[in-house]
Design a protein around this ligand. Structure first.
Ligand code: P1T
Length: 381
């Protein structure tokens, strides 16, 4: 039945029925580590809560429905989801990754997984010719974010999936910045979607989590085995909070996007700003691709102020509504400097970030208040 329902309805109902034991409308927080068995192996589908928990099952089913996937798995963090997915890659195999990704993803690839024999290269995936040219005989996976963190590059997912198919590779998309309301990579041909559910999906900056969604039944079985074996699973309270957040995802993404569009236009006109990176601006190099594959352009903006790193530091320390903090995707607006904060681990690498780059996670507050806050921070008075 869920196939015919619209996104907004799925966000509220997918994977969730009134509790059969009590009629509770909201999915209960099954705060238990284990489940009684009537006889050995005779149970109601749950044995031990690392393997499965009903609150987690509801979240996994809901996220799979939202991404148009048949299977979902949830994890204790976005990084745990990424690490588990990368366990599909064997020593000696190669992963081709985008040259603009979350600093923690780069750190996991280069400073942990490389030690176990996995090979990584980073290319500008907005340049599809460069992608095809970088594929090696041992390449198994293409790894991409779009919009990218922190430069908001847009990568053509349908074209990338085409390259993947032509070379018999799988494509994994970290869909954290867009959320499934704005973009559904599986429908564009991707094999795996990964989320830091900490961000827009949870939406309230009160929970850490991650997810993998796929239609690949064989990969799902292996990933489910890995999820249980490695054990980086979310607790039931975290799953409940995430489910609760998802119910308003469409409303929030609409407001994040309209607020961000107005703020990007304000910044583009501001004399104290050198460059604005936002896929909703018509001068964004991949605006046309963004228009094609995204419903709206999202709540993330990066910009370069006129001035040096000290100027940028002063701006982020001067905002009053935008809180100076790492993370993104919550109802409240955040501001940060990627170079010394979220992307400190890419320093000195190909992915190095300009120390003056400022990243905004635009919340759902009144946009005039947000613009006034940026105006006073940029004016320096
Ligand atoms: O923080 P965690 O839930 O483990 O998710 C990691 C992660 C994965 N993918 C992307 C695109 C991300 O942005 C993140 C986390 N990012 C931040 C904390 C940040 O401020 O950029």
């Amino acid at each position: 039945m869920t196939d015919q329902l619209h996104f907004e309805t799925l966000a509220i109902h997918a994977g969730q029925q009134p509790d059969p034991a009590t009629g509770a409308v909201m999915t209960p927080i099954y705060q238990t580590s284990t489940f009684v068995q009537d006889g050995v192996g005779d149970h109601k589908g749950y044995e031990y809560a690392r393997t499965g928990n009903p609150t987690r099952t509801a979240l996994e089913a809901c996220l799979a429905a939202l991404e148009g996937a048949s299977h979902g798995l949830c994890f204790a963090s976005g990084m745990a989801a990424i690490d588990t997915l990368l366990k599909l890659i064997k020593p000696g195999q190669h992963v081709l990754a985008a040259d603009d990704v979350y600093g923690g993803t780069y750190r996991l690839f280069v400073r942990v997984l490389s030690d176990y024999g996995l090979q990584f290269d980073f290319v500008d995936m907005a340049d599809l010719k460069a992608v095809a040219a970088a594929i090696k005989p041992n390449t198994r996976l293409i790894w991409v974010e779009t919009p990218t963190n922190p430069h908001l590059k847009i990568i053509d997912l349908a074209a990338l999936a085409e390259i993947g198919r032509a070379h018999n590779l799988q494509v994994a998309v970290d869909n954290t910045f867009a959320s499934p309301y704005l973009q559904q990579p599986i429908s564009l041909g991707a094999d795996f979607v990964i989320h830091s559910t900490t961000k827009y999906i949870g939406g309230h900056s009160d929970v850490i989590g991650g997810a993998i969604l796929t239609n690949d039944a064989a990969a799902y079985e292996r990933l489910k085995f890995l999820q249980n074996t490695i054990g980086a699973v979310p607790g039931p309270m975290d799953c409940f909070l995430t489910l609760r957040g998802i119910k308003t995802l469409p409303l929030r993404m609409e407001r994040h996007s309209t607020n961000a569009q107005k703020i990007a236009e304000f910044l583009a006109d501001h004399p104290g700003v050198k460059k604005v990176m936002y896929p909703g601006l018509s001068d964004h190099p991949n605006h046309a691709v963004a228009k094609k594959q995204m419903r709206l352009f999202g709540g993330m903006i990066s910009f370069l102020p006129v001035g040096d790193a000290a100027t940028a530091k002063r701006i982020v320390e001067r905002t009053k509504i935008f809180a100076l903090a790492e993370s993104l995707g919550g109802v409240e607006s955040l501001i940060e400097l990627p170079a010394p904060m979220t992307h400190a681990s890419v320093a000195g690498s190909l992915l190095e970030v300009d120390p003056t780059l400022i990243r905004l996670s635009v919340g759902i507050e009144n946009v005039d208040d947000l613009i006034a806050d940026l105006q006073q921070a940029l004016s320096g008075k």
